[in-house]
Design a protein around this ligand. Structure first.
Ligand code: NAG
Ligand code: NAG
Ligand code: NAG
Ligand code: CA
Length: 274
């Protein structure tokens, strides 16, 4: 290995053998002698090369120092990735579990929904059984059978109701409109003065106030203790003057009334003393 001074002296010797130029001094610090343009070029190249080597070394070192922490980061990144993967699988399990729970809940809901529907308080009260007609939250049946007044009441009670109790003109008109016209179509409803003559009472025991009697009725013409509604072919007849009294043992069709949710009793015999 040659020192810098030897290197330069060699260069100088070589230069002296080439083109000789006059020696001169500039500031006396560095005696310059026999310097040629070739020498300067070589020196520049060498210095440049040194600089390049130095630069490369610096870059290499810098790169090394950069790679090292990067390598460490890579390891921690790998660990992080593993943790995240573990976490992801845990999350996937959780999602799977939640989805299963959701499906179970949806299943329960779909099972509950149809059973819940009939439990609603709004729908059933406005629904009457087949053949029964709804008016003002009551159900009415116009019978096709003919019975005595007492047996008619028994039949209605077996259906969970009673012979019709008519308090308003609207109710009276509604029922009248359900009845077919005929020669003397008559239907028992829920009034009687069987206990005390001319003291008319509803089947619930309450007294009849007013009512929709035909003019001149009730007259107890032939011991008539039960009330019926008459609808004939005569179109001038009106529902609010259609009540008559009649003998309770007559076999007639009748009008039952019950609450929309009342259920028919089973097995109870249709009975009556009349
Ligand atoms: C993984 O989950 C744990 C908690 O369960 C949390 O502390 C950690 O930061 C999570 N790791 C990643 C990489 O998300
Ligand atoms: C409907 O029923 C209620 C309760 O029974 C009664 O107070 C009301 O007068 C009735 N309305 C008609 C139009 O019949
Ligand atoms: C009708 O329903 C009401 C309330 O739900 C109840 O109190 C009443 O007893 C029911 N009537 C009949 C005849 O079942
Ligand atoms: Ca009478």
């Amino acid at each position: 290995m040659t020192s810098g001074a030897d290197f330069y002296s060699q260069l100088m010797d070589e230069d002296e053998e080439d083109v000789r130029i006059p020696t001169f001094t500039s500031d006396g610090l560095w005696p310059l002698r026999g310097r040629t343009p070739g020498f300067y070029r070589l020196a520049t190249i060498c210095l440049g090369a040194l600089c390049v080597i130095l630069l490369m070394t610096i870059i290499a070192v810098a790169a090394q120092s950069e790679i090292k922490p990067e390598g460490g980061a890579a390891v921690s990144l790998e660990r992080q990735k593993q943790t995240q993967e573990a976490n992801v699988s845990v999350l996937m399990d959780t999602i799977h579990t939640l989805q299963q729970e959701k499906e179970e809940l949806l299943l329960k809901l779909s099972v509950k929904t149809p059973t819940r529907a009939p439990e609603r308080k709004t729908a059933p009260p406005v629904v009457c059984p087949t053949e029964w007609h709804l008016f003002n939250n009551s159900c009415y049946l116009i019978s096709t059978l003919s019975k005595t007044w007492s047996r008619s009441q028994g039949f209605c009670q077996n259906q969970g109701g009673h012979l019709a109790i008519i308090h308003t003109a609207e109710e009276q008109t509604f029922l009248w409109n359900l009845l077919p016209r005929g020669h003397w179509n008559s239907y028992w409803f829920g009034i009687t003065d069987g206990e005390t003559e001319n003291e008319w009472k509803w089947v619930d025991g309450r007294p009849v106030v007013g009512g929709f009697w035909e003019v001149g009725e009730p007259n107890n013409h032939i011991n008539e203790d039960c009330g019926y509604i008459v609808k004939t072919e005569v179109l001038t007849r009106v529902p609010i003057r259609s009540w008559y009294d009649a003998p309770c043992l007559m076999q007639l069709p009748f009008i039952c009334e019950k609450e929309p949710n009342a259920s028919a009793s089973t097995g109870a015999p249709v009975d009556g003393s009349l």
